[in-house]
Ligand binder design. Structure first.
Ligand code: PLP
Length: 265
């Protein structure tokens, strides 16, 4: 890849993780490796380390608004990845902004509906309004929750992928990937991908890392990049999974897997 040739632009609208593993930092590393130029609208400046989330520190909506306007005319996004939103004001603002895209020049939008930090603790300052989250869901091409987020958003409260999808579809979701990495203490991870009548599943061996901090962010960003580059959703799903697996396999006993991300050959 020629590092100086123009790259398609990805915007990440997400929180900063000062420990470097998740959030904006994971998004930038992933998108850069996958050949994108990256712009960042930082929703919050979190204070955390590998053991604890100390504080969130949301950024004012006015700043996000100015950044959105500044970038729109200059660094037009091929894709937008949405991660952590710190409060309902940010959520309302983003819904308003995404509604302004004309269908003819709407970028690919991937929503990772982040609720909790991997180290524990809520990533939003107040409970995000479920009906606002569901409105946001209708404006995006793909949502990529983990299991607890999928159950919360779909209001099913069951670990049943088909029921989650049916319910999310009724709320207006266009496509869903449930990432199985966080949570259960099993040896295998199953990711589910739903769109239209399709249901694909990919099974991987659970990575032997101390924790999967940032793996959800990495997956959703990789998906946004591959979709922006023209891959069909099912192919983006397979590519993004391969990318994550390769990254994990590079440092199986290291908690900081994302530091070694490389492009799959
Ligand atoms: N965004 C931020 C700022 C975070 O700190 C985290 C996790 O701690 C996440 C998103 C979600 O991370 P994950 O990819 O582990 O789900």
């Amino acid at each position: 890849m020629n590092p100086f040739s123009p790259r398609p632009v990805l915007w990440t609208i997400a929180g900063s993780d000062c420990s470097g593993g998740a959030g904006i930092q994971a998004d930038i590393k992933t998108a850069h490796i996958l050949g994108m130029e990256v712009c960042s609208l930082i929703t919050a400046n979190t204070v955390q380390n590998s053991m604890q989330l100390f504080s969130i520190n949301p950024v004012e909506v006015d700043t996000l608004e100015q950044q959105f306007d500044a970038l729109l005319s200059d660094k037009t996004p091929a894709a937008i990845k949405i991660g952590m939103l710190a409060d309902n004001r940010q959520l309302r603002w983003l819904i308003g902004r995404l509604r302004q895209f004309a269908p003819s020049n709407k970028p690919i939008i991937v929503l990772d509906p982040v609720i909790k930090a991997s180290v524990g603790g809520d990533l939003s300052q107040e409970a995000l309004d479920i009906s606002l989250l569901q409105q946001l869901m209708t404006l995006v091409d793909l949502i990529t929750p983990n299991w607890s987020e999928a159950q919360y958003l779909s209001e099913t409260h069951q670990k049943d992928p088909e029921r989650c999808w049916q319910s999310l579809q009724q709320f207006g979701a266009q496509a869903l990937i449930i990432s199985g990495g966080h949570g259960d203490d099993t040896d295998v991870v199953i990711d589910h991908c739903f769109f239209a009548e399709q249901h694909l599943q990919l099974q991987s061996t659970k990575a032997q890392t101390a924790y999967g901090h940032g793996s959800g962010c990495t997956l959703s960003t990789a998906l946004a990049c591959f979709l922006a580059q023209g891959y069909l959703l099912r192919d983006a799903f397979i590519h993004a999974q391969a990318f994550i697996n390769k990254a994990f396999s590079l440092c199986p006993d290291n908690s900081d897997y994302y530091g070694s991300l490389i492009q799959p050959s």
